[in-house]
Design a protein around this ligand. Sequence first.
Ligand code: HSE
Length: 405
Amino acid sequence: MTKIAIIGFGVVGSGVYEVIRTNATQITRTCNSPIDIKYILDIRDFSNHPESHLFVNDVNTIANDDEVSIVVETMGGLEPANTFSRLMLSKGKTVITSNKELVATYGDELFALACENGCAYYYEASVGGGIPIIRPLRTCLAANRIDAVYGILNGTTNYILTRMFQANVSFEAALKEAQEKGYAEKDPTADVDGFDTGKKICILSSMINGKKINHEDVHTEGIRSITLADTEFASAFGYSIKLIGSCKRAGEKFEVVVAPMLVSKDSQLSGIDDVFNGVMVSGNMLGDALFYGRGAGKLPTASAVVADVIDAAKNAGRPYFAPWSKADENVLVDYDNIKASMYVCVKANSKEDLEAYVSANFSDSTKVIFSGDYAAFITDCAPIKEIKQKLAGIPASVCNTLMVL
Ligand code: HSE
């Protein structure tokens, strides 16, 4: 019997309880022994809960109970999750988390603390919700050098962009819909400005690098700038627009970017719509593999947390190795030096002047599409700083520039 505690009984924490109760028979068979929830920590009143006897409000009740070997942290945010996780790890208790902010910010320190204390720190649910991506990278793909990992890591923005493309709904209206459906928060900043995706891609990038890649150092753009003119032009060129978190190996360095990008309709990522997530991984032996599914939501995310609990219970006492350590040098390629094709949308007074400038400055194959006062084209692949320099002299006002994946 493995005794566990859940700290934080919100959406994911209550989902963990539900998954363990609903699938108890199967979990016991997989683990070869039952998982027993001994405590649930939450400061709110759960006296009407059918198992109200499980609820405690002092973290030390859990920390000081030697019977509890695994603690599930589903609080979210940095504090007090960080302090509580360190307390549990320092007591030799394995911690399982869904908290991307904590893993992206202090993962290196928490892994080291787990190693020092003979326990482990698991984080499958921190990226891609219920989609398996962390464990495949650590185990199934371990014989590969991972050259790229990129994809749609945020369900809320994918829903908004899907509505803009499929129903011609403006960004503001699609955001309101996403809020009404409970996907987007009242303050949608973390999702729509790309910070949520930034933390997730940095977790994956740090795994590939073996050293921390700091989300604050990564070029991050959100989707607020996308207009219905952009969706119309992108469709005309044969693309959709997706918020992409991307990490590509470039020699000893990495190109890590979070931005809305044009994704060719030929790419499998282009057809991933609504709140679904999709992560493409390129290994030097395997080639490409796509991981697709529900990247958020109570039970999908909780199922990934409980999978970690099962793994931890089965591997109790085995040596644990930190997936990454602290950064000792900056391995990021400067955004301006990344080579890319860029989609450019402009408002032009003279069609002829614009076409002459584009054909003189970009390759002959660059086609300009016009629609009312607006025009758009896709540049050839060049360092972003060169594209920016050429755009500085364009006889039109630039409305938007987006990378092409
Ligand atoms: N807000 C996130 C999303 C939840 O929309 O994908 C999962 O991290």
